[in-house]
Design a protein around this ligand. Structure first.
Ligand code: NOJ
Length: 549
């Protein structure tokens, strides 16, 4: 059996996969310029194989001016020179496949960089031209068209429209950008746009890529006439989020993915709040999986998590897709730090939601350990964001001069944004760069690492049974060997109101205590893994356990 063969058949690996998110800028720097790169990933692949992940997802690595950390793509079919070359990328695919690890890339279909050649052509062309029609250009309203065409807002702050200077030197039309002005939205009703993205899919599939994560999968189609956002803009009536037309796009992509052997797969990044609307993205002829962000932002409360699990499992069952659980990623404050805050009624998402609240990182770490055992035992697949396995907290005190996130710049330096979860990984040693960059590197890491991370390096945690790293390694090892994990049903067991206790067939009981007092352990044959101490046959608060029955 080759490393990539799957006992259940290569076509279903994604239904139960544990996928590790490689934020390339911050994973490992092979060249010594302070920025992570492909050479660094190849050097550190052993860490991922030891951890036991099934696949990696690599954030955008295409040529980009980095106005939004690579989500402003100038050419989707090439590699950003500071990350490496196309040959390096193909060599990485081979290395990964030899180690039994599949590779997903990040596809950014909603927008391109304003340095993309298409956008340069559009600016040089006239209103109404085919070049402009690849984007969303409109005349402004008001006197001389000096106001934006509608009231849409950019995710990063300010209007979602920027006015251009026409080739004749006069202020002219406006173009849409749901994100930064450097990220003009593509016009998905133009067949040339769809054809180009399909070519990108094939380009990477032909080179051995196993699938894609789809960036803002719910934003590609805009409502006819681009109506204003108003109070009614919910449940499929929002003019630019979750428009029903997006599903046709994914049906075409699924056909392309299925034309490969083995079939390629997709995971949707779609921040839609209702579980049934999320499940619509993973109908059997659309995308395969979708991140469940409701769970990510849910507060640390048994009731809230249970409701989210029930809704998710029910709606995914209806469409026959496996749920996908995720605790952190490069867009949200790290969960150790979110769970370190008093559990409110609402969960937290960004660092800016946390600042000023009391913070207990020991508590956050205990809960993060329990949460790991929870998500890795729920039905379906799970994602690990690089550094989750080291228990890294959010870096909350980065100096203002190093902040690079458009949230910071576009909010008029009001919102610190997402840099605090993007700090380069600590691998070994007592001082920064902690092995992130090679000895003698010419530059410091692009964001400074806290000196206290000497306690959290991979080398420090390796072999320490109480470490987060060894907890993740053990969990993934057990998950691979035990038939109850991954895809399949779950059954709740009666439990105290502030606990989650469920059974998975065959022979597994999972218990998580979210209360403030120890709870009795369910009857069992053997403790497979515990996230914390088991005082006198009980489960301590903020702990989880896997039991064989
Ligand atoms: C979602 C990505 O995860 C985020 O990092 C990015 O800023 C936006 N999409 C825009 O591409």
């Amino acid at each position: 059996m080759t490393p990539l063969e799957d006992p259940d058949g290569a076509a279903t690996w994604w239904r139960h996969a544990v996928i590790y998110q490689v934020y390339i800028r911050s994973f490992a720097d092979g060249s010594g310029d302070g920025i992570g790169d492909i050479a660094g990933i190849r050097e550190r692949l052993g860490h991922l194989a030891d951890l036991g992940v099934d696949a990696i997802w690599i954030n955008p690595w295409y040529p980009s001016p980095m106005a939004d950390a690579g989500y402003d793509v100038a050419d989707h079919r090439a590699i950003e020179p500071s990350f490496g070359t196309l040959d390096d990328a193909v060599a990485l695919f081979d290395d990964c496949h030899r180690s039994g690890v599949r590779v997903l890339l990040d596809l950014v279909p909603n927008h391109v960089s304003s340095t993309h050649r298409w956008f340069a052509d559009a600016l040089a062309a006239t209103p109404g031209s085919p070049q402009r029609d690849r984007f969303v250009f409109r005349d402004g309203v008001g006197v001389d068209g000096s106001e934006p065409p509608n009231n849409w807002k950019s995710e990063f702050g300010g209007p979602a429209w920027t006015r251009v200077i026409e080739p004749d030197g006069r202020p002219g039309q406006w173009y849409l950008h749901l994100f930064a002005p450097e990220q003009p939205d593509l016009n998905w009703s133009n067949p040339a746009v769809a054809a180009d993205v399909e070519e990108t899919l094939r380009f990477w599939f032909d080179r051995g890529v196993d699938g894609f994560r789809i960036d803002v999968a719910h934003s590609l189609v805009k409502a006819d006439g681009l109506p204003d956002v108003d109070d009614e803009s919910i449940h499929g009536r929002h003019p630019h989020w979750d428009q029903p037309g997006v599903h046709d796009i994914y049906r075409r992509w699924r056909t392309i993915a299925e034309s490969y052997d083995p079939p390629r797969v997709f995971v949707a990044e779609a921040w839609v709040a209702e579980p049934d609307r999320l499940a619509a993205y993973v109908r059997s002829d659309e995308l395969h999986t979708a991140f469940n962000f409701e769970f990510l932002v849910a507060p640390w409360s048994a009731g809230a998590l249970r409701r989210c699990i029930d809704d998710t499992v029910r709606e995914h069952e209806i469409v026959g897709a496996p749920p996908t659980w995720v605790l952190s990623n490069h867009d949200v404050a790290r969960h150790v730090s979110r769970y370190a805050r008093p559990a409110g009624v609402e969960g937290y998402r960004y660092l800016d939601d946390l600042l000023g609240l009391p913070c207990d990182l020991e508590l956050g770490t205990r809960r993060a350990r329990a949460a790991a055992l929870l998500v890795l035992a729920l039905p379906g697949g799970a994602y690990i964001y690089q550094g989750d396995e080291l228990g890294l907290p959010e870096v909350e005190d980065l100096a203002e001069e190093v902040l690079a996130d458009p949230f910071w710049i576009r909010s008029g330096r009001q919102r610190r944004g997402r840099d605090g979860c993007r700090v380069p990984l600590p691998w070994e040693g007592e001082h920064p760069p902690f092995g992130f960059s090679p000895p003698g590197a010419m530059s410091d890491p692009w964001l400074p690492q806290p000196p206290a991370w000497s306690e959290r390096t991979v080398a420090r945690q390796h072999g320490d049974p109480s470490s987060m790293l060894e907890l993740y390694r053990a969990a993934l090892r057990i998950r691979r060997q035990h038939p109850a994990f991954g895809d399949g049903p779950m059954t709740w067991r009666p439990s105290p109101a502030d606990a989650l206790v469920f059974e998975r067939d065959p022979g597994l009981v999972v218990a998580v205590n979210l209360g403030t007092a120890p709870m009795a352990l369910p009857g069992h044959k053997e403790v497979l893994l515990a996230s914390g101490e088991l005082p006198a046959g009980g489960l301590a608060p903020d702990s989880g356990v896997w039991l064989a029955i």
